[in-house]
Design a protein around this ligand. Structure first.
Ligand code: NAP
Ligand code: MG
Length: 401
């Protein structure tokens, strides 16, 4: 049988540490034997980012805008310790931050469900995808610790000098105040990314804020979502048989706990920060969480939600065996390949992505898994595999299929 042919290259963003090791294993064992893989390769490994003054990160994001689909390996975000470890010229910014700023996207995180790794919430049968707005609110706040009695005001000065004022509070003693903001442009991008992703994955979209209390701030989020939905998406949603659903954040939280899953939950920045950690840990493991950045213009970048698994890499460097879970990285590749297949109308490529995912899940469900899953599985007779063996077992399952 000939290998599957591709027409447009995927933007391939290589990364760091243990995930870089897994990256090569996945390509060699699970992709190259079956696909005539076409990629435009960008090495986002920290050494090469440093050599190129981080230009490679910008170039990889620009290539993503050009081609439409990227797959990214986890990368180190430098801190003080990394400065000395890698002898860096500068403390380069987070690659994900740089890429997100160029693509202007929203990140969607979805757990991979397998039998034997049960969510803590027993009625969650299908994945819940979390979409977090990644701009503004408390993450771009301005705060004052009020020392004593006095009046705090909110002042907006228009370009022509006109002022609008609101009294926040008249203090009779010490206290605190905070100013937060968001922009219509950012909320609009967020809304469009969410509507596009819901259509793309044919799932209902939930969105919730506290608009009953925050009658201007949160209400603006609600209004922008509703206006865009009515104007641009209502008919498409109806045709796809999916629903857009707005409710109060407290109601959403209560309903999530009773729901079966299988939908997207869009959250404001803070709600998304807190709720994504809750939802992902309730589903089982960070190593089983995929992540995709979707731009409002419909560009996709797929990756694993976890980092470079530094502790395992240091063991690997010492020649010790590692049992690192490659599932989320495999699913980053399958997500990107499927999307490429869809855009270029290559059914074989889409089918291959489906099969590789099925083979990965079937391998785990047959009791062959890495240590992180073995520790939390409800399956009996489990075989704990090392990083390489696990990928080799997936290949066997895939070939048998
Ligand atoms: P991490 O790489 O996510 O790993 C934290 C711990 O979680 C690991 O030590 C391991 O636990 C467990 N784990 C995560 N992924 C696993 C996998 N695939 N298989 C098995 N166990 C897994 O986070 P970190 O160690 O805090 O960060 C390392 C580097 O990653 C940092 O430099 C950070 O900047 C970077 N990072 C990158 C991204 C990204 O590119 N998207 C995201 C987050 C962090 P045990 O040690 O207990 O086995
Ligand atoms: Mg958090």
């Amino acid at each position: 049988m000939g290998k599957i042919q591709m027409t447009t290259p995927l933007v391939e963003m290589d990364g760091d540490e243990m995930t870089r090791i897994l990256w090569k294993m996945i390509k060699d064992e699970l992709l190259l034997p079956f696909i005539d893989l076409k990629t435009e390769y960008y090495d986002l490994g920290l050494e090469h980012r440093n050599e190129t003054d981080d230009k490679v990160t910008t170039e990889s994001a620009e290539a993503t805008l050009k081609y439409g689909v990227a797959v990214k390996c986890a990368t180190i975000t430098p801190n003080a310790a990394r400065m000395t470890e890698y002898n860096l010229k500068e403390m380069w910014k987070s690659p994900n931050g740089t890429i997100r700023a160029i693509l202007d996207g929203t990140v969607f995180r979805t757990p991979i469900i397998v039998k034997g790794i049960e969510p803590c919430v027993k009625n969650w049968e299908k994945p819940i995808t979390l979409a977090r707005h990644a701009y503004g609110d408390v993450y771009k706040n301005v705060e004052i610790k009020v020392p004593g009695a006095g009046k705090a005001e909110l002042v907006y000065t228009a370009e022509d000098g006109t002022e609008t004022r609101e009294t926040i509070h008249t203090f009779t003693g010490p206290g605190i105040i905070q100013g937060v903001h968001n922009t219509e442009k950012s909320i609009t991008s967020f809304a469009k990314s969410c509507f596009n992703y819901a259509l793309d994955t044919r799932q209902d979209l939930w969105f919730a804020t506290k608009d009953t209390i925050s009658k201007k701030y949160d209400h603006t989020f609600k209004d922008i979502f509703q206006e865009i939905y009515d104007a641009e998406y209502k008919e498409k949603f109806e045709a796809a048989g999916i629903e857009y659903f707005y409710t109060l954040i407290d109601d959403a939280v209560a309903r999530i706990m009773k729901a079966k899953g299988g939908f997207i939950w869009a959250c404001k920045n803070y709600d998304g920060d807190v709720m994504s950690d809750m939802v992902s840990s309730a589903f089982g493991s960070l190593a089983m969480m995929t992540s995709v950045l979707v731009s409002p213009s419909g560009v996709f970048e797929y990756e694993a939600a976890h980092g470079t698994v530094q502790r395992h890499y240091y063991k690997h460097l010492k020649g010790e065996e590692t049992s690192t879970n490659s599932v989320a990285t495999i699913f980053a590749w399958t997500g990107a390949l499927r999307k490429r297949g869809e855009l270029d109308q290559i059914p074989d490529l889409m089918e291959f992505a489906d099969k590789l995912e099925k083979a990965t899940i079937a391998t785990i469900e047959s009791g062959r898994m890495t240590k992180d899953l073995a520790l939390i599985t409800s399956l009996q007779d489990v075989t704990v595999l090392n990083s390489q063996e696990f990928i080799a077992e997936i290949r066997k399952t895939l070939e048998a299929m």
